[in-house]
Design a protein around this ligand. Structure first.
Ligand code: BGC
Ligand code: ZN
Length: 372
């Protein structure tokens, strides 16, 4: 079958090539791939900065944001049926396993020996087919197929919101306002999730007026152009006390400005990955004092587990019902597999670029699609 592979560690080694078809064991499901979203992690892997081939292979099939359709099931995988739309989870528990992986919370792995499909030690999904155990697949209703590829990035936001709620159970918590840093897919999806909870949401971003600010306004949130206003306590004086700040840019200095912006008892959630070596002079006494005297929390979050995929699938439905046509606007390009490399090039108006491996068919007579 055709697959997009890299030689991990080698910049520019990404290529489309023939690889052996995946083999199926009992309990596994063969999935035909339809769409694969490309993100910053894929960009780093293609640049040779990240990524690890499976043991015994000298290449890694990339792709971890997937949407596919069950082709065949084996014994022991009867919860799924041919034709079902599915999204695969990304991380797999470490082999030890640590206590968190043993409890199904591999997103909280303690020893770093977890694997991730398309990223770390396991082949990904940017190929014609993949094989997976049923327990790592999440079923989506056919009505959500057109936006199903957004489920994996949405789970990053789902986990963040879930963690925020759990952490804030430390106090009487009635959040009113959130600031999202960055208008990439994860930032926008987090903004939508918090809008679903009717929070006053502000998206702070550097792109400026254009399709992204229009998207923010379409969900009833406010767009703040970073070029015009600096993040910090002055901003909070203007818009009102900020209970939640969600960082989704990976530009690490913003993490410190966020501490200086968030209200007493508020929470700063960091999700952006910063692979560089940036150094910064900070007002350490001031930030320490703000954290202590304001009972503020700062925490980091990565990946997601099954319950976040399940809540994400429910929320996709709710978002479609409340803002019809909003989610499809997050997918700003669909590329043929030969043009996968364009997926990492991001213009100011791009949000999520997707590789279309096989088109999503909506009506059914011919291929037996069960959608009505
Ligand atoms: C993926 C996560 C993964 C992380 C680190 C992200 O792009 O969405 O599932 O845990 O990269 O490898
Ligand atoms: Zn673990």
């Amino acid at each position: 079958m055709k697959a997009v592979v890299v030689a991990p560690g080698q910049a520019g080694s990404g290529r489309l090539q023939e690889v052996p078809d995946p083999t199926r064991r009992s309990g596994e499901v063969l999935v035909r791939v339809h769409e694969i979203g490309i993100d910053g992690t894929d960009a780093e892997i293609l640049e040779g900065q990240y990524g690890e081939a499976p043991p015994g292979d000298d290449y890694l099939i990339i792709g971890h944001e997937s949407l596919g359709r069950v082709e065949t099931v084996t014994d022991g995988a009867e919860d799924l049926a041919p034709g079902d739309w599915v999204v695969a989870m990304v991380r797999r528990p470490d082999p030890v396993p640590c206590r968190n992986c043993a409890a199904g919370e591999w997103d909280m792995c303690l020893n770093g020996l977890y694997t991730e499909r398309g990223i770390k030690g396991l082949h990904g999904f940017l190929a014609e087919y993949y094989v997976e155990q049923q327990r790592y697949l999440v079923k989506l209703p056919g009505e959500l197929a057109a936006v199903g590829v957004l489920l994996e990035p949405l789970t990053i936001a789902e986990k963040a919101v879930d963690q925020i709620q759990r952490i804030q159970s430390r106090l009487v918590w009635e959040p009113k306002r959130a600031v999202i840093l960055g208008s990439g897919p994860v930032g926008l999806l987090a903004a939508i999730l918090l809008r679903l909870q009717d929070l006053d949401v502000h998206v702070y971003d550097r792109a400026g007026p254009g399709p992204k600010s229009a998207l923010v306004e379409a969900m009833g949130a406010h767009y703040i152009w970073a070029e015009k206003r600096r993040l910090g306590h002055k901003l909070a004086n203007e818009i009102g006390p900020v209970d939640i700040i969600f960082e989704a840019t990976g530009y690490s200095p913003l993490a410190f400005d966020a501490i200086d912006t968030v209200a007493p008892n508020g929470i700063v959630c960091l999700s952006g990955v910063s692979g560089g070596g940036r150094r910064l002079e900070v007002s350490a006494d001031h930030l320490n004092l703000e954290l202590v005297l304001g009972n503020r929390v700062v925490f980091g979050t990565v990946n997601a587990n099954r319950r976040h995929f399940e809540s994400g699938a429910r929320h996709l439905n709710e978002i479609e019902a409340r803002w019809p046509g909003l989610l499809p606007r997050i997918i700003t390009a669909r590329l043929p597999i030969e043009q996968f490399a364009e997926g990492v090039l991001r213009g100011p108006n791009d949000v999520k670029k997707v590789v279309e491996v096989a088109p999503i068919t909506v009506s059914g007579a011919i291929d037996g699609d069960e959608r009505t």
